[in-house]
Design a protein around this ligand. Structure first.
Ligand code: MGD
Ligand code: MGD
Ligand code: MO
Length: 687
């Protein structure tokens, strides 16, 4: 038996370090690695389930071709698969041109070798790429505009906070290691406030739970700022030295009374006053906003309003204080993860790319002209399930001539493919990864050979490049294949950082060079004014929003619906859930024993009004689509909301994105799919 150090590359805050026991080419056991101080307890159930996932009988182990007549998949050889793809690529490049191919990559894994895909399509002559992101850009952009950079204090700093606000974040399920540090703070007497339309597990030890109407947090934040200013609960000296635009901001919140916010948010004014008093009288304060909250058409402005509370109370740059959103201090290699890179590319390399919005993938794929899209290549993503407006995404994929999906499992997206290529897992090729909560650089180490005929993406691209006669295809520094080539590639990436070496990373995580444990402790803010910007000219120029944070009613609000006599009167919440990462892990026995079918949670009063009882079979629907599933009653849910977790596959009956809209957030080109009005009706009784 051998034990290796590695790290989990899923799109998740924790990015746990772990030790993997390997025997006879099989992963036997996953254990904690003490080198990552943010994840001392080790991996969650999902991480432990890798012992099943990697060796699952459902894994795709060889190329597959869809038989047009029957729709079933048949096994083909790599030569057949690559020849067919190369032939298509030659044909499309000549006519109608390389931009007739969509290259779509999702968030299935982290790592530097993801760059091979971008490089291949550049060498091929271009493609249609996507800009924006499903996950976090409105908040990234709001933070960049306000603080100048996306970084936050080390995970353990929150132990020193006296007030912690989990604002639209369900850390108990999505960042479980953060909950352990929050517990330390609470044990030492800190207060926890949770702001979420659901009573989540994160609220178990909360002193205050505020349940806003979805999409209205901006109004809550502006009223709190109003009360802080009115009561003199602000840090004048800090504002004078470090805050730009305070006067303009104070003016806009002058009439944002708690009564006005109570009317908008549906939170009683006395609770708003209590939270303002907490912000005004307790120090230090850490606000940890979720990503879930910034997927509305007004959420960039909302995030700026939340940040303003911390700025005017002097809670940025001090121990135990701050804004814990996304910590990109370990993103030292990849300009890709800079929010700027989410904007439509400016083609600096001279290769023409058409670029379409990830949030509006379906409609924009269909609308693309000059040339129209003919083929798609998908890797590391499951856009049929995870992107908004599934029916349009399906229509757009089905309108193509040819689809290639590189996957580990037959997901909803893989099922739409003409050719499915088997993908490696994290254990089958080494890579260097960063994180977005702690600031460690880690080696995701190869611990077993790929099973069956699985080939890593770098090898797939090299083989295709050869077929296409792309000379650079054989360059191991572009498409590394053997273990030695991969090591050389990673060593070159590490070269500029003498603090980091592959040798050391094999033993455990290393802190990213140049990081700050207390973010902005130097009170240097890389904004145009050098200060925290409550007023931002760039916000106005780039995104067309007001220079200061303001509140706008979300486009798809229930109030607008009531005014228009629309009868879809429930907000559909589609949060993440503990035992899945989006659409991954749900196909495993270890996970299904806890959660084996999707359910729609309703407040008992909303259910009663619709004649729905616990366990009844219901239809959740709107003009964009529908899903049928079991209803469950939940007293902890805000009235007017229905909740179905995201990530269930179509074949499991739970794909929430049938109902969501392909719409962008106000900044950052994010996806505003949480603005989703639905109705629920009973179909039949509980069995
Ligand atoms: N177990 C697990 N962990 C994960 C993931 C996963 O899929 N599973 N995904 C990872 C990824 S990619 C991401 S982006 C993060 C997301 O991490 P979180 O932001 O914590 O996750 P969400 O579940 O999207 O949203 C959090 C909460 O926001 C609430 N919410 C919805 N609308 C509103 C609103 O208008 N106002 C307020 N105040 N709250 C609202 C929801 O009810 C939900 O409880 O988690 C990461 N970690
Ligand atoms: N309604 C609604 N929709 C949402 C969300 C929501 O809250 N509500 N959350 C959104 C968010 S925050 C996110 S981040 C997205 C996530 O959406 P996606 O980025 O599409 O992520 P996953 O669903 O995790 O799917 C990733 C796929 O990559 C595959 N994969 C993993 N590793 C590799 C690899 O090394 N190579 C290849 N080729 N494939 C690999 C996995 O098997 C999996 O099928 O979903 C978004 N969609
Ligand atoms: Mo995400």
């Amino acid at each position: 038996m051998k034990v290796y150090t590695t790290a989990c590359p899923r799109n998740c805050y924790s990015t746990c370090a772990m030790k993997v026991q390997v025997e006879d080419g099989r992963i036997r056991r996953i254990e904690p690695h003490s080198g990552n101080l943010a994840t001392p307890g080790g991996a969650c159930l999902k991480g432990l389930s890798y012992v099943e996932r990697v060796h699952s009988p459902d894994r795709i182990l060889h190329p597959l071709r869809r038989v047009p007549e029957s729709g079933a998949f048949e096994r083909i050889s790599w030569d057949e698969a690559l020849d067919a793809i190369a032939e298509k690529l030659v044909e499309l490049k000549a006519d109608p041109g390389p931009q007739s191919i969509l290259y779509y990559s999702g968030s299935g894994t982290k790592g530097l070798l993801k760059g091979a895909g971008r490089e291949f399509w550049r060498l091929y002559g271009g493609c249609t790429a996507t800009y924006g992101d499903l996950c976090w850009p409105a908040g990234l952009e709001a933070t960049r505009l306000t603080l100048g950079a996306n970084k936050h204090s080390a995970p353990w700093d929150i132990a020193d906070a006296r007030l912690i606000v989990l604002w639209g974040k369900n850390a108990a399920e999505t960042n479980i290691h953060q909950m352990a540090v929050i517990d330390q703070a609470l044990d030492a007497g800190a207060k926890l406030v949770v702001i979420d339309p659901r009573r989540t597990q994160s609220a178990e030890r909360a002193e205050l739970l505020l349940q806003p109407r979805p999409g209205t947090d901006g109004a809550l934040a502006l009223a709190i700022a109003h009360l802080l200013i009115g009561s003199g609960w602000i840090d004048r000296e800090y504002i004078d030295k470090h805050v730009h635009g305070y006067e303009a901001f104070a003016e806009t919140v002058a009439d944002f009374t708690p009564e006005r916010a109570a009317e908008i948010t549906d939170i009683p004014a006395e609770y708003i006053e209590r939270l303002a008093e907490h912000f005004g009288t307790i120090k230090p304060v850490t606000v940890s906003p979720g990503f879930g909250m910034q997927r509305f058409t007004n959420s960039g402005q909302t995030m700026r309003a939340l940040l303003a509370i911390l700025a005017i109370t002097g809670n940025i740059g001090r121990p135990g204080a701050g804004w814990v959103y996304a910590n990109l201090q370990s993103h030292i290699f990849e300009p890709v993860l800079d929010p700027i890179a989410f904007y439509p590319p400016e083609e600096p390399d001279g290769v023409v790319r058409v670029s379409i919005s990830t949030a509006r993938l379906g409609p924009e794929m269909l609308a693309t002209q000059d040339p129209p899209l003919r083929m798609a290549w998908v890797e590391r993503g499951n856009p049929i399930t995870q992107n908004p407006e599934t029916n349009t995404v399906l229509e757009a994929f089905r309108a193509l001539d040819f689809r290639v999906v590189v996957e580990q499992f037959l997901t909803d997206t893989a099922r739409e493919a003409d050719i499915v290529l088997p993908a490696k897992t994290m254990f089958e090729q080494s890579d260097v990864i960063g994180a977005y909560w702690h600031a460690y650089v880690q080696l995701k180490q190869k611990v077993i050979d790929p099973p069956g005929e699985v080939k890593p993406e770098t090898e797939i691209y090299r083989l295709l490049a050869r077929r296409l006669g792309i000379a650079e295809g054989d360059d191991p520094m572009i498409f590394p294949v053997s273990d030695d080539e991969v090591d050389a590639y990673l060593e070159r990436a590490l070269e500029p950082f003498p603090e980091l070496s592959l040798e050391q990373l094999r033993e455990g995580p290393l802190p990213a060079p140049g990081g700050q444990d207390v973010a902005f402790s130097d009170l240097v803010f890389p904004t145009p004014s050098g200060k925290i910007e409550l007023e931002s000219a760039e916000a106005e120029q780039r995104w067309g929003v007001a220079r200061v944070p303001t509140y706008e009613e979300p486009v798809e609000s229930i109030r607008a619906a009531q005014a228009a006599a629309n009868d879809h009167l429930l907000y559909l919440l589609t949060p993440n859930t503990k035992n899945r990462i989006h659409s991954q892990f749900g196909n495993l026995k270890m996970i299904r024993q806890f959660d084996d079918a999707p359910a729609a949670y309703l407040h008992p009063d909303d259910a009663r009004e619709r004649g729905i009882g616990d366990g009844d079979w219901v239809r959740v629907f709107n003009e964009r689509g529908e899903l049928e599933l079991e209803a469950r009653l939940d007293n902890g849910l805000k009235r007017g909301c229905v909740c179905v977790t995201n990530g269930w596959w179509i074949s499991e009956g739970g794909n929430v994105n049938f109902t969501s809209a392909a719409r962008e957030t106000d900044m950052g080109h994010g996806a505003a799919f949480h603005e989703n009005r639905v109705e629920v009706e009973r179909l039949s009784d509980a069995e």
